[in-house]
Design a protein around this ligand. Sequence first.
Ligand SMILES: *[C@@H]1O[C@H](CO)[C@@H](O)[C@H](O)[C@H]1NC(C)=O
Ligand SMILES: *[C@@H]1O[C@H](CO)[C@@H](O)[C@H](O)[C@H]1NC(C)=O
Ligand SMILES: *[C@@H]1O[C@H](CO)[C@@H](O)[C@H](O)[C@H]1NC(C)=O
Ligand SMILES: *[C@@H]1O[C@H](CO)[C@@H](O)[C@H](O)[C@H]1NC(C)=O
Length: 365
Amino acid sequence: MLSIKLFTVVATVAAVYANPVDQLDASCSVSSYDDIATAVSSCTTLTLTDITVPASTTLSLKLQSGTKLTMAGTWKWEYAEWDGPLLEISGSKVTVTGSSVTLDGRGAKWWDGKGDSGTKKPKFFRIKTTGGSTFSNIKLLNCPRQCVSINSASDTTIDNFDLELTAGDTEGGHNTDGFDISSSSGITIKNTVVKNQDDCIAVNQGSNMLFQNMTCSGGHGLSLSVGQSSENGSKNTVSNITFIDSTVMKSDNGIHVKTHSDAGTGAVKDVTYQNIKLSGIKKYGINIQEDYENGSSSGNPKSNIPITNLKMISVTGTMSGDSSSMPVYILCGSGGCSDWSWSTVSITNGKKSNSCNFTPSGFTC
Ligand SMILES: *[C@@H]1O[C@H](CO)[C@@H](O)[C@H](O)[C@H]1NC(C)=O
Ligand SMILES: *[C@@H]1O[C@H](CO)[C@@H](O)[C@H](O)[C@H]1NC(C)=O
Ligand SMILES: *[C@@H]1O[C@H](CO)[C@@H](O)[C@H](O)[C@H]1NC(C)=O
Ligand SMILES: *[C@@H]1O[C@H](CO)[C@@H](O)[C@H](O)[C@H]1NC(C)=O
């Protein structure tokens, strides 16, 4: 009798553990870093809450195809001086949703006003998803340096992010780009607020992207920066990019397109900025330069990366009135700019007059 009872208990316990539904309930909702790897490999619906990640560790979530991940609570990373990233998410057809989540980068622990140089600081969040993946409702607080790097991603949408780094204005935040995008296609970012100290969005390489209803404040504007590679061709090419219905305020630039004259050959083509509202822009409302060399403007433009079919449609607003503020600056290499059509570009309150060595159709410099 005793042995039969014991057998029954053992069998019942074994049945509970073998039941996939019970196992899901037990281990697919975790808040300890040590439990994450098992959850990610065994669950396609999972919730991670209040995660603390050990120092010098990338929390790498390689999600199974179709995974639905809910991120909740406050996530933190223990301090270390290293390159990061702190968080990386990859996978196909994944749906990542924040439920009042704050990813707290605790940037002030690293900030020294020197950004990429000075104290070694980790990049924050790398996204490399594909196949119709979406990320929504996620807050990033005080990135140590670059916030979101979208790299080797395709067909991915980011909706309703909040990048809040206002503290960096007074506490030494630098090179705190909002979104950096390279080697990617089919990227949408929308309904997103970025308050930082560098580019709001910087596209380095890739195609077929839409940026819609962005609000950018405190940084360097909506940017393309092309020419990171000494190779010729796709590594230095950006094409079919639209920025629409967005606001840039209290920033160095509203719109910034730069190509690097010390890079290989490439192209910037089929780019549209439409319904962009500017206010309090300190340096340039629209700034297009083909003269970057060793990372800064040389004053000597080249045409190794020509810019063709650049449209501005309703780019309006005001400069800050700072003494160096110029509404429109265009510096093209010889033959480096063609087929630009601009309409309703009207930026007031600049202290310097426009400077253009190339004139887009529909625009009077
Ligand atoms: C634009 O994005 C903000 C969030 O930044 C949101 O509150 C607002 O509803 C969005 N507007 C539209 C038209 O979707
Ligand atoms: C351009 O990119 C958009 C996404 O922003 C896409 O819908 C469209 O099909 C692309 N156009 C071409 C010609 O590839
Ligand atoms: C790139 O193209 C330039 C001129 O078109 C050529 O001189 C150079 O050798 C090429 N570089 C590579 C890496 O192919
Ligand atoms: C860029 O760096 C190279 C190699 O150090 C140097 O030869 C060149 O003069 C620099 N260009 C500028 C504009 O400083």
